[in-house]
Ligand binder design. Structure first.
Ligand SMILES: [Ca+2]
Length: 296
């Protein structure tokens, strides 16, 4: 029991991952969680990764680096301090060089690893190695220019984003609405945008598409978690605008939204940018909170 209590104490100390804009203490941009798992009884410490490769786009806003879940599982027979080293090929840099914790058998430690791509980086494949005494897990990092990114049809993915303001109480960069991550989990940790003007409207958020593109659909994901449901914290009313021949035109309107996401379809236009004019949020109607904007 002592071991379990120690592990849970570690978890309690480091899982400060969710906070709304008004929380006085900004959370760490990197969350670490200890969770129970099943020990295979091999006596080893096993490195884990959330994907078998990481695509790190070149030339994006450094406020929105590529990210991947990493971790380790103790298959030891008894609790012990566990350490995994994180190595990455230069000039890429990783947000941590090691992961360490007291771990009971079967327990996993997970963390988000941020990978920064300096502007002078050449495209290509780079090595990321998660190393424990027992094993090394290799996760290739593919550095790709945004123009050649597999965007799955989402024209906004990793494109430049500008916003009317940005809350500075924690990590709410505008570029996070085009980072490919629709999840609200880890709010305030760099996965969504929160504006800075409470109860003042409108707020605007624009995504440049990197050239004139035909668009006919915009999906907006607003803050929506168990702790921060969209019906209380999410965006309620907004206009969708497209920039056509240098002129902004309203192509869709959403009113009374209480869900985590809303899809707007409209007659196709050829636009080089799309923007959201945020008009009201739910509940206290205080801030605009957008997790992701996708354009098709
Ligand atoms: Ca996002």
């Amino acid at each position: 029991m002592r071991h379990l209590a120690a592990a849970l104490a570690v978890a309690a100390a480091v899982t400060l991952t969710t906070a709304a804009a008004w929380d006085p203490e900004p959370p760490s941009t990197v969350s670490v969680k200890v969770r129970p798992g099943v020990s295979k009884g091999t006596g080893k410490l096993i490195p884990l990764a959330g994907a078998d490769r990481l695509v790190a786009p070149l030339g994006v806003d450094p406020a929105c680096p590529a990210k991947i879940e990493i971790g380790m599982r103790s298959d030891a027979k008894k609790a012990a301090y566990a350490t995994m080293n994180v190595e990455i090929d230069p000039p890429l840099t990783a947000s941590r060089s090691m992961l360490t914790s007291y771990l009971p058998p079967g327990y996993e430690l997970g963390a988000k690893l941020l990978v920064a791509v300096p502007p002078e980086t050449k495209e290509g494949s780079y090595g990321l190695r998660l190393r424990t005494p027992a094993q090394t897990l290799e996760v290739p990092v593919e550095v790709v220019p945004v123009d050649r990114l597999d965007n799955g049809g989402n024209l906004a993915l990793r494109r430049p984003v500008t916003a009317s303001s940005q809350h500075v109480n924690a990590n709410y960069p505008p570029c996070s609405v085009a980072d490919g991550d629709r999840s609200s989990n880890g709010w305030a940790g760099g996965n969504g945008w929160n504006d800075a003007t409470a109860r003042a409207w409108p707020d605007t958020l624009a995504v440049a598409l990197g050239g004139a593109k035909q668009v006919s659909r915009v999906d907006l994901y607003t803050l929506h978690t168990e702790r921060y449901p969209a019906a209380t914290f999410g965006l309620r009313d907004w206009d969708v605008q497209a920039q056509v021949n240098g002129q902004w035109q309203t192509v869709a309107q959403v009113r009374g939204n209480a869900a985590g996401s809303a899809r707007s379809d409209f007659a196709p236009v050829t636009a080089d940018a799309v923007r959201i004019i945020a008009l009201a949020s739910n509940g206290a109607n205080d801030y605009t909170r957008i997790i992701e904007v996708e354009v098709r």
